[in-house]
Design a protein around this ligand. Sequence first.
Ligand SMILES: *[C@@H]1O[C@H](CO)[C@@H](O)[C@H](O)[C@H]1NC(C)=O
Ligand SMILES: *[C@@H]1O[C@H](CO)[C@@H](O)[C@H](O)[C@H]1NC(C)=O
Ligand SMILES: *[C@@H]1O[C@H](CO)[C@@H](O)[C@H](O)[C@H]1NC(C)=O
Ligand SMILES: *[C@@H]1O[C@H](CO)[C@@H](O)[C@H](O)[C@H]1NC(C)=O
Ligand SMILES: *[C@@H]1O[C@H](CO)[C@@H](O)[C@H](O)[C@H]1NC(C)=O
Ligand SMILES: *[C@@H]1O[C@H](CO)[C@@H](O)[C@H](O)[C@H]1NC(C)=O
Ligand SMILES: *[C@@H]1O[C@H](CO)[C@@H](O)[C@H](O)[C@H]1NC(C)=O
Ligand SMILES: *[C@@H]1O[C@H](CO)[C@@H](O)[C@H](O)[C@H]1NC(C)=O
Length: 297
Amino acid sequence: MKNNVALQLFFLALNTANIIIDQSLHCNCVELNKEDCNVSSQWCIWNTTSSECQSYTFNCSNQTKETKCNIQSDLCKWNNGECVENYKVCSSFTIQSKCQNSSGCYWSKANICENFSNCSNYSVDNCPTQEWCSKYFGKCVDYVFVTCSQFKSMSTCSGFQSKSTYCVWDNNDKCTSFQQITDCSDLNNFNEEQCKQNDCVYENKVCRYPKCSDNTQTTCSAVRITGTSQYTLCLFTQDKCQDAKDVSTLTKDTCFLRTKRNYKWFNNQCVPCDNLIDSSFRFQFCFSVLLFLFIAV
Ligand SMILES: *[C@@H]1O[C@H](CO)[C@@H](O)[C@H](O)[C@H]1NC(C)=O
Ligand SMILES: *[C@@H]1O[C@H](CO)[C@@H](O)[C@H](O)[C@H]1NC(C)=O
Ligand SMILES: *[C@@H]1O[C@H](CO)[C@@H](O)[C@H](O)[C@H]1NC(C)=O
Ligand SMILES: *[C@@H]1O[C@H](CO)[C@@H](O)[C@H](O)[C@H]1NC(C)=O
Ligand SMILES: *[C@@H]1O[C@H](CO)[C@@H](O)[C@H](O)[C@H]1NC(C)=O
Ligand SMILES: *[C@@H]1O[C@H](CO)[C@@H](O)[C@H](O)[C@H]1NC(C)=O
Ligand SMILES: *[C@@H]1O[C@H](CO)[C@@H](O)[C@H](O)[C@H]1NC(C)=O
Ligand SMILES: *[C@@H]1O[C@H](CO)[C@@H](O)[C@H](O)[C@H]1NC(C)=O
């Protein structure tokens, strides 16, 4: 009897559980069919001899097409019809425009391309604002951190108090130092814009996580669980975008990509993959975008 109740509860939980997918993971190549293998060319390759999807280590010199080469633009570059490894040695760029195109390299006053050294080493036009330098009276200088609480009006409330906190005007009309949030409700005391900028939804003066039901038919796919690489899968059913409870409506064409490569089409069904591999997908927090915007001004 006890067992039976437990079993019922289990099925109840199973029925109502949302489907969580993780963008930082992907199905092991060996589980994939030809089509899904083909859309995973960063990690997988279709072996025409064995008709199997195989995993491989992306090797620049193996890429014969520019588009394939650029899939790993951090590692490889297209050069004279060949895909070659892109050793990022800043000093190898002798032209300013090439230097500026290469992330982490900056063109110094001495006209050399170098890893970031010191703000004072750069002209105001090439001031590396991403590296906590700011343009000040025609010079490139170290960024000066502020004390948020000293600002008494919304218009002056701006800047960074530390590398991880910046100033935001709150609903109590105070300038507060603001850190990366751990929960949308951390933003309840801030305005709507602050809530939205952090991928949360503002409703009835409360800041909450996004839900499938916030979406229309065209945007109904999956909602990020804020602050993670995980998503809740959404499906459009009964004229509404709702949390998906199963994947039975996904097809051969939609199963793999709609689940961000976490499910596969197998035996005419969409099923979770047996093994998920880390994609080392670097997802960008809203915070780092903000950071860039603020100092770049
Ligand atoms: C693989 O995808 C490319 C486009 O990305 C397409 O042109 C090609 O036909 C696909 N091949 C297979 C076998 O599906
Ligand atoms: C393709 O599969 C065959 C048979 O398993 C194997 O001998 C061959 O090495 C594979 N090709 C590549 C490029 O791995
Ligand atoms: C890529 O392939 C080339 C040529 O076979 C080889 O010399 C090189 O070691 C490979 N690189 C990696 C990272 O496997
Ligand atoms: C990459 O190229 C090397 C030779 O350049 C070859 O031995 C190797 O099998 C290739 N790997 C793939 C995955 O095509
Ligand atoms: C810099 O990058 C842009 C776009 O990524 C490209 O169009 C341009 O040709 C690049 N310039 C140089 C000098 O490599
Ligand atoms: C420049 O930065 C890169 C990446 O952080 C590093 O691998 C390289 O050693 C640095 N070069 C110098 C000269 O410091
Ligand atoms: C950068 O240069 C300034 C002025 O020359 C100097 O005061 C400062 O200590 C330097 N900072 C670093 C990190 O070297
Ligand atoms: C850049 O700044 C560092 C640290 O202040 C200094 O040692 C170096 O000589 C400077 N480099 C150039 C090219 O001015």
